[in-house]
Design a protein around this ligand. Structure first.
Ligand code: PLP
Length: 403
């Protein structure tokens, strides 16, 4: 018998449906609307800033907290949005993407056996992060809009407040919140955030708020950082990433903002995880944040994404897959319940192989896969030409259904 040398903390992870769909997409030459990143370039002026930083020899280790200029730009961004005056010295930390900030925060804030509340469907890294820290995830369902769950009258994804309250126990230490949300496109409303905040205060629970899509929110929805609610600053670490906002996901420049004690805990973990993050890319990220906050960058970004969102919604609806409202993020859920598949994974395999358009089955974002709505997740961070290529292939599906 061969020994299993894989440590228990990672043994359950395996390979994901993302890897399978990506491999199928390559094999079948599918238009890939599964992968959650832009297929277009980030702004030239940000890329130029990186090139200039390398040429100027900003090439040695950065301070482990992050370059002072970038931490100041992050504080200036919080000020410009009217969220809060934050101290770049003690309340801001630069990390290797939001991924490292979330991993580090969970490592820094829970002990083995502690419970962590996670809304499902969830961003896929949350559960492994909690498991690797020895924590126990407690799930709270987000239910789809009323069209898909007629017993509940709501127009957006929503949770049941009683189910949320019941998820708290004396062992709860952390709640992981993602707004705007991947994969649902939900933006938590101020009223929902207030309910979450009240319970976290009552049970003395810290919130790790993953707000990487904070600039990708479509009117009339508005993003409210939970850290700005009364009593929440002192118990929230807010995580962000320049990858999403500047279409430069490969740079992996993320950051965390929070009160000095939570920041110190995160930094204690961060110094032994990656220690420091790419110096020239941090310098360029500082330029990006400084210029974006002074100009029209964010408004233009939102307008471009709103166009892509509307185009994809029209294409999917035309093919017989009505879409759910997208309040924020660059993901869209389509209703596939009339397509005749027993589950979303089979549908996405079929769509990738037979139609030539790759999408992700949302069951990958649930721990409990009973009673799931039949949906598929599409990413609209794609060039118009990519979306049009998908449209041509999906039009054939629409035609075959109408025959
Ligand atoms: C909700 C959410 N959080 C975090 C990340 C990871 O961000 P980063 O690339 O900065 O590590 C992603 C990327 O898809 C995401 O969707």
């Amino acid at each position: 018998m061969t020994t299993n040398r894989t440590a228990e903390r990672v043994r359950s992870f395996g390979t994901s449906i993302f890897a399978e769909i990506s491999a199928l997409a390559v094999r079948h030459g599918a238009v890939n609307l599964g992968q959650g990143f832009p297929d277009f370039a980030g702004p030239a002026w940000v890329k130029d800033a990186a090139i200039e930083s390398i040429a100027a020899d900003l090439n040695q280790y950065a301070p482990y907290l992050g370059l002072p200029r970038l931490r100041e730009a992050i504080a200036a961004t919080w000020r410009a949005h009217g969220w809060r005056e934050v101290d770049p010295a003690s309340e801001v930390t630069v990390t290797s993407g939001a991924t490292e900030a979330i991993f580090g925060a969970v490592q820094a804030l829970i002990n083995p056996g502690d419970e962590v509340i996670i809304f499902e469907p969830f961003y896929d890294a949350y559960v492994p992060d909690v498991v690797m820290a020895g924590g126990v995830p407690r799930y709270v369902r987000l239910y789809p809009p009323s069209a898909l769950s007629p017993q509940l009258s709501a127009f957006t994804w929503h949770f049941d407040p009683a189910e949320l309250a019941a998820a708290f126990s004396p062992r709860t230490r952390l709640l992981l919140l993602n707004t705007p949300n991947n994969p649902t496109g939900k933006v938590f409303s101020p009223a929902e955030l207030a309910q979450i905040a009240e319970l976290c205060i009552q049970h003395d629970v810290v919130v790790v708020a993953d707000e990487v899509y904070d600039q990708l929110v479509f009117a009339p929805s508005v993003h409210t950082p939970i850290a700005t609610l009364p009593g929440m600053w002192e118990r929230t670490l807010t995580i962000n990433s320049t990858g999403k906002t500047f279409s430069l996901t490969g740079w992996k420049i993320g950051y965390a903002v929070g009160p000095a004690d939570l920041t110190a805990a995160l930094r204690a973990a961060h110094q032994w995880i990656t220690f420091a993050t790419s110096t020239p890319l941090q310098a360029a990220a500082a330029v990006a944040l400084e210029r974006a906050v002074d100009g029209d960058y964010y408004a233009e970004l939102r307008a471009e994404y709103a166009e892509r969102r509307d185009l994809l919604a029209e294409v999917l609806a035309g093919a017989g897959f009505p879409t759910l409202p997208v309040e924020g993020s660059y993901f869209m859920m389509a209703d596939i319940s009339h397509a005749g598949f027993a589950n979303d994974a089979d549908f996405c395999r079929w769509l990738t192989c037979e139609v030539g358009v790759a999408a992700i089955p949302p069951s990958a974002f649930y721990a409990d896969t009973h009673d799931l709505p039949l949906l598929a997740r599409f990413c609209f961070a794609k060039k118009h030409e990519t979306l049009r290529a998908a449209a041509e292939r999906l039009a054939a599906v629409g035609r075959s259904w109408r025959r």
